[in-house]
Design a binder for this molecule. Sequence first.
Ligand SMILES: Cc1cc2nc3c(=O)[nH]c(=O)nc-3n(C[C@H](O)[C@H](O)[C@H](O)COP(=O)(O)OP(=O)(O)OC[C@H]3O[C@@H](n4cnc5c(N)ncnc54)[C@H](O)[C@@H]3O)c2cc1C
Length: 380
Amino acid sequence: MALLARVVEHPCVAVHAQTPAEALVAEGSRLVGVRSGGATYRGRAVMLATGGYAALWGRTTNSGDSRGTGLALAWWAGASLADLEFVQFHPTALALPDRPAYLLSEALRGEGALLVDAGGRPVVDPLLPRDVVARAIARFRREHGPVYLSLRHLDPAFVWQRFPNIAVQLQDWGLDLARDLLPVAPAAHYCMGGVRTDNAGRTDVPGLYVAGEAACTGAQGANRLASNSLLECLVFGRRAALAALSDAPESCAHWRRSLPPPGGEGEYEVSPLARAGRGIEGEGLAMDDAALGHALDRDLGVERDAARLSALAHALPDPDHAAKPTAHLVAALAARAALRRAESRGAHYRDDAPEPREEWRGRLCWRRGMVAAEFERIEP
Ligand SMILES: Cc1cc2nc3c(=O)[nH]c(=O)nc-3n(C[C@H](O)[C@H](O)[C@H](O)COP(=O)(O)OP(=O)(O)OC[C@H]3O[C@@H](n4cnc5c(N)ncnc54)[C@H](O)[C@@H]3O)c2cc1C
């Protein structure tokens, strides 16, 4: 809130609340503005900082706004997306019917919280890395039953004093953080993938910059370490702002190969974003948000395999044939990426290919109009 207050007071910033970017505006080959509700906001450059896409999953720790709309806008404008298959699942989100997948922080485990079954028996070492713990919990739930986070063996006064916010939130839902067994399950949490940028937030479309979780700078690799994302927002956000202010008009990232933004001469609109909730349009195969969330939980979750990914990719229309970009096209691309990557690496785990494979050391990059993703090898 302190940051928001400073932004509102800043003489160079005009805040337009409740004004979602619905389309990007280009002039020639350069993006020059954003359209919302019939109004156009023009500027020296366009910077998307619209967050990730983890809220496409039914079980998510994210707010409902994190549905990849910025990625859809950028992709439609001709920018490359990368690493979409790499989505981090937080292992310990509350798993109660009719309650959100509320995040039970890693700090709880850091202070000694255990992961146990209904009889209090340990399920997995709570201090192992996120992806390992998430897989162990998912498997145990599938094969045996619920998994609980337990702080019962700790001093209740200490628990309340150390975690007052979590304790109060749980109390509202009738749970005692210090005394109850808290049912947990993994939930989609953070997206390593996004709009591909260089180290200064540049995309491969002139005038378009991206920062924050919407961007794929590569800094998080295939599996970010907890708490690195806010650091990335600060460091790369500043770099992107400086580049947007100082770049020459036609500057863009160097990997751009062919596709110019669709459109024509003068000022024209790209990326007329379809409203969330309508699914991907274009082939009569629309899925609503709830159905999509369920499908992603089931087929593009903590553990994946070729059969389920293939079924999912086929259930989602080809993004290149969509009549309009929607947040759901990101799901379609992520499913295709996870299917292509026939190995396990970082947060992407394939039951049918459980080890990393040398030939997959690299990134899958997607751009509108390409038949398939480009694989870009990363040398060790
Ligand atoms: C529960 C939880 C706990 C976390 N804890 C940590 C932590 O301890 N440390 C850490 O480093 N990271 C943490 N993260 C991750 C971190 O919070 C995010 O990576 C970070 O907030 C992303 O910032 P952002 O500005 O890119 O996106 P966001 O904070 O998601 O903000 C994006 C904004 O864009 C808006 N928006 C979306 N679409 C549009 C549109 N079309 N037009 C206009 N506006 C739009 C959204 O409404 C939102 O206000 C946590 C995440 C969650 C969910």
